[in-house]
Design a protein around this ligand. Structure first.
Ligand SMILES: Nc1ncnc2c1ncn2[C@@H]1O[C@H](COP(=O)(O)OP(=O)(O)OP(=O)(O)O)[C@@H](O)[C@H]1O
Ligand SMILES: [Mg+2]
Length: 322
């Protein structure tokens, strides 16, 4: 642990993020992006899952004080996001979805600027902290490289580094794995898992597998409303009996009934093996229920049950649906 690291709230202390009845209507377009959202989060990694336009980024902007909600209240480590924005900013690190950084600057310069902005005035202390953060996110070797010469994964890690430079106890990261290759995603998942042991992390994604094993608590939101709140295991449990395995003839796939969605497919003999989600009654003959659905499949089954088949197009369909 670094000299900056604070132990997380001891057991019995107040929850770290409290959201009570938060709604937000954007004036431009009049979209109700958040509709009476209430969530209470404790320490560790919390996954915020939802399709495009669900309201994930809007909620994060409220929690990072960038957006004043139309109604409701939210507190981060006890500080109110509207009444005490400075106190909130001190305890929160934020990686925005659109993080780009200054392209011609060098990695180290970006972090130095962020550290100065967050009040680390002592040059030696600043340099030490930057070394620490670079090491933490695995960018020490490219510290002198220009931002525009980083890979997508490195740029996202720089985004995490800039969010961590003032060593906040709360980290809010918006779709941190978009555009990363599978190896980088795995590395990223490990980094977030490590960071989550000492902090509160709120992570949004629509790629379910990115939540990883470190995530014990999550919510599914859609059209500004919380549809599910619980552990990934509970979401999987709910999907039992709604995920199926079937081998069908090639022309049969196009004739699947409404309410049945294909999660993945691969050729098998003269037919195709399909992973399907939907109600048992609607399944083609010979389809067998999958004992242990993956989290991705569970999410898709859940969204389909909630009447949101569009979520399936929006999500990344991996090979085995895991
Ligand atoms: N600045 C804005 N002005 C007007 N409407 C907005 C603005 N930002 C978002 N919206 C609308 O609010 C709704 C929620 O958007 P938000 O960006 O919070 O969704 P999201 O869950 O982050 O989606 P994505 O997965 O695509 O990032 C959408 O209907 C969106 O079009
Ligand atoms: Mg977003």
């Amino acid at each position: 642990m670094s000299e900056h690291a604070r132990p997380l709230a001891a057991a019995g202390e107040r929850p770290t993020i409290e959201i009570e009845g938060v709604s937000h209507v954007y004036r431009r377009g009049g979209v109700r992006a958040l509709d009476d959202v209430s969530l209470t989060l404790g320490p560790g990694l919390f996954g915020l899952l939802g399709p495009n336009g669900a309201g994930k980024s809007t909620l994060m902007r409220v929690l990072t004080t960038l957006l004043v909600p139309t109604s409701g209240r939210a507190r981060v480590m006890g500080a109110d996001v509207v009444a005490q924005p400075e106190a909130v900013r001190r305890v929160v690190g934020y990686l925005p979805q659109e993080f780009g950084a200054w392209r011609i600057a060098r990695v180290r310069e970006v972090l130095d600027m962020m550290a100065r902005l967050s009040g680390l005035d002592d040059a030696a202390a600043r340099a030490r902290r930057i070394d620490e953060v670079l090491e933490l996110v695995g960018l020490a070797e490219v510290a002198r490289r220009r931002v525009k010469a980083l890979s997508g994964g490195m740029l996202r890690r720089l985004g995490v580094a800039q969010a961590l430079v003032h060593d906040p106890p709360v980290l809010i990261v918006d779709e941190p794995t978009v555009g990363l290759d599978p190896a980088e995603r795995i590395r990223f998942r490990r980094l977030v898992g490590d960071l989550g042991r000492e902090r509160v992390i709120l992570l949004s994604t629509h790629i379910v597998s990115d939540l990883g094993d470190a995530c014990a608590d999550m919510a599914v939101i859609d059209r500004g409303r919380v549809l599910f709140r619980g552990s990934p295991r509970e979401l999987v449990r709910r999907a039992r009996g709604r995920v199926f395995d079937a081998v069908v003839a090639v022309d049969q796939e196009a004739r699947l009934p409404e309410g049945v969605e294909v999660v993945s497919r691969r050729p098998e003999g003269v037919g195709i093996r399909l992973r399907l989600v939907g109600a048992g009654e609607a399944m083609p003959a010979g389809a067998t229920p999958v004992e242990e659905p993956g989290l991705e499949e569970a999410y898709l089954a859940f969204m389909l049950e909630a009447g949101r088949s569009a979520a399936i197009e929006a999500s990344d369909l991996g090979g085995g649906g895991r």
